[in-house]
Write a protein that binds this ligand. Structure first.
Ligand code: PLP
Length: 400
């Protein structure tokens, strides 16, 4: 039986404010004083437990949030960052040296793809992009220089599912680090428990859930997190993608309701996916039996939190997709916007937005068609009402 319930782990963590407040005090300081010079020196060396030096290194507010996210992922430690990319890029720079090689899923967030394809080669770090659902292809792409296997649990935007346990076996066999971006599936999947070495989130999305900030986190072993924060050669410390304490405090408060929100996102997305599939639309949702990895994913998730809030519908071509998104926005069904995890449904055509960094021919090869709409389904109270209005929009534009 799976006894790891991430929401309980978060709930059990209590932090009090200075005056007995039910939320922890916010550390509104960039630097910290010491009564003795010796303690300052020890803190620099990483040998003074509970002391703070400078907020790019660590701050109480960031440590509280990191601790809660480590508890959620079941890892020893975590380090928060100013954005999801501010979490992803230091991890890859920390794990790879010049001459090293990465094997990555070809369907990943456009920014990560652009970093691997266009930026990392400046430091002689090369990446092979593969179909992550084919474990034999993944293994065949590994070379003597490979150091990292990289994927998203559920990929942006195609919603392909990575077999984390299978990939972890390959990583172990070849002595690689398996790095997993779990942004689309918080609480539902705990990649660390399935064998991933490092788990990353863009906190910008479901975890914060209010589309008011960007943020990121890296979850891993205490050793790896210490390495990232090392004053001499830690990528997070030296590249400086530090989250502000005020933001860390507000994200921690939003994290407290993540379990309730994820259940509602998943419930609503499943409802719409089933209805629209029945209506004859080309719907992709991991909760549908028609999804190629449905069975695998059903075995990976904590059923309580469901199959997630992300769904795609292919309406044939970009003009139709744009017309439909504009009409749905007019009818107040949601917003034509990138990002995800908001209370309101968000929709965009990834080929021309969040995945536009991927060249057109590669988009075609991976099945990213220009009529594809990516939906982040909101927390709507009456999803049948939402379905009826969406259906009217689709009928009006002859999508249905
Ligand atoms: N990972 C995934 C799966 C994403 O969708 C995104 C952003 O859309 C990121 C990472 C990057 O996160 P951020 O925008 O917070 O830097």
């Amino acid at each position: 039986m799976n006894t790891f319930n991430p929401a309980d782990k978060i709930q059990d963590l209590q932090y009090f404010g200075e005056f007995g407040g039910v939320n922890p005090s916010i550390s509104d300081s960039s630097t910290y004083t010491f009564l003795s010079a010796k303690t300052m020196f020890d803190t620099f060396e990483g040998n003074a437990e509970g002391c703070y030096l400078y907020s790019r290194h660590s701050s109480p507010s960031n440590l509280y949030l990191g601790e809660a996210l480590a508890a959620m992922e079941g890892t020893e430690a975590a380090n928060v960052a100013a954005s999801g990319m501010g979490a992803i890029t230091p991890v890859l720079m920390q794990l790879c040296n010049a001459g090293d090689h990465i094997v990555s899923s070809r369907t990943i967030y456009g920014g990560t793809y652009a970093f691997l394809k266009n930026f990392a080669p400046k430091f002689a770090i090369k990446t092979s992009f593969v179909d992550i659902t084919k474990l034999d292809k993944v293994e065949a792409a590994i070379t003597a220089d490979t150091k990292v296997l990289y994927c998203e649990t559920v990929s942006n935007p195609l919603l392909e599912v990575a077999d984390i346990a299978g990939l972890a076996q390959i990583a172990k066999k070849h002595n690689l680090k398996l790095v997993v971006d779990n942004t689309f599936s918080p609480l539902s999947v705990a990649p660390g428990k399935l064998g991933a070495d490092v788990v990353i989130h863009s906190l910008t999305k479901f975890i914060n859930g209010s589309s008011d900030t960007v943020g990121g986190v890296v979850c891993g072993t205490q050793q790896f997190i210490d390495d990232l924060r090392n004053v001499n050669d830690g990528a997070s410390m030296l590249l400086g993608p530090t989250m502000d304490s005020l933001r860390a405090a507000s994200i921690l408060k939003n994290l407290r309701t993540l379990h309730i929100r994820m259940k509602q996102h998943s419930h609503n997305a499943m409802y719409l996916a089933q209805k629209f599939e029945k209506d004859g639309l080309k719907v992709v949702y991991p909760g549908l039996e028609s999804h190629p990895s449905h069975k695998l994913y059903a075995g990976m998730i904590n059923q309580e939190y469901g199959f997630g809030g992300m769904m795609t519908i292919d309406v044939g071509n970009l003009d139709k997709a744009n017309e439909l998104m504009e009409l749905m926005q007019q009818k107040n069904l949601g917003y034509l916007a990138v990002s995800l995890g908001f209370y309101k449904t968000l929709f965009s055509a990834p080929g021309t937005s969040t995945s536009s960094e991927i060249p057109m021919e590669e988009q075609q090869e991976m099945g990213l068609t220009d009529g594809l709409i990516r939906f982040s389904i909101g927390l709507d109270n009456d999803i049948e009402r939402t379905y009826q209005i969406m259906k009217q929009c689709m009928t009006e534009l002859n999508v249905l």
